[in-house]
Design a protein around this ligand. Structure first.
Ligand code: ADP
Ligand code: MG
Ligand code: MG
Length: 211
């Protein structure tokens, strides 16, 4: 895999914008089933704004790229997801500091900090049918991969696979946080949109580390 340097971080953000745009309608449909139908639109607005920012400024480090993403998501994306993803990227940026590239341990620290930021803000636990059902397995898989000596690209790929499985695991759940919690049993059988978008973002990061 590739070095997780600033160029990777920028590739990740650009690839995220592309995959969110591709999945805009799918995310809207997931959120229409158990929320208010705006998740795809919210995410697409935020990542389109990130692309515009990246056209105007070149971040100096991966941490600066994460902070650029955080500020943009916080200012452009309303609802639950904007502050949650904004906090995730901000905490990740702080965790990596001014490192020029991320080794496996630093990557795990960044993913952990991102997840912890979402939990600090939204108070969700695994099983509440939120993006945490993607993030926590992703963090656990990343930590296990790093502990067994995998390189950063492989650690990220492990995180993405676990996030995808985690998103699928939300299907049979009743939601305990967010708008879907108002539906009680009627949320059963539907996948959580934020868990799906989280998996898409992590997969984009892993793919940006492969090329
Ligand atoms: P809104 O619900 O305000 O319309 P979005 O539709 O953009 O916001 O985002 C909804 C997603 O946010 C949900 O699918 C869920 O994954 C996530 N979410 C909502 N509340 C929480 C929370 N308290 N903790 C973690 N994630 C949450
Ligand atoms: Mg919504
Ligand atoms: Mg909304």
């Amino acid at each position: 895999g590739q070095t997780l340097d600033t160029a990777w971080a920028v590739r990740w953000l650009r690839a995220s914008a592309a995959v969110i745009a591709e999945n805009r309608v799918a995310l809207i449909e997931l959120d229409r089933a158990i929320g208010d139908g705006d998740h795809g639109e919210n995410m697409d607005r935020g990542f389109t704004a990130i692309l515009e920012k990246l056209d105007g400024e070149q971040p100096a480090t991966p941490g600066a790229a994460f902070k650029l993403a955080a500020m943009t998501l916080m200012s452009k994306v309303g609802g639950a997801a904007g502050p949650l993803y904004g906090t995730a990227f901000l905490r990740a940026g702080t965790a990596v500091g001014d490192a020029a590239e991320l080794d496996s341990a630093t990557l795990v620290a960044a993913l952990t900090a991102a997840r912890d930021g979402v939990v600090a803000r939204g108070k969700a636990e695994v099983g509440d049918k939120t993006m945490i059902d993607a993030w926590t397995p992703a963090v656990d898989a990343a930590a296990a991969a790093a502990a067994s000596g995998e390189d950063p690209a492989a650690v990220l790929a492990a995180a993405a696979s676990a996030a995808e499985a985690g998103a699928e695991s939300t299907d049979p759940l009743i939601a305990h946080k967010g708008r879907a919690s108002y539906l009680a049993e009627r949320a059963i059988g539907h996948r959580d949109p934020g868990a799906v978008s989280s998996a898409l973002l992590l997969r984009a990061g892993a793919q940006a580390a492969e090329v």
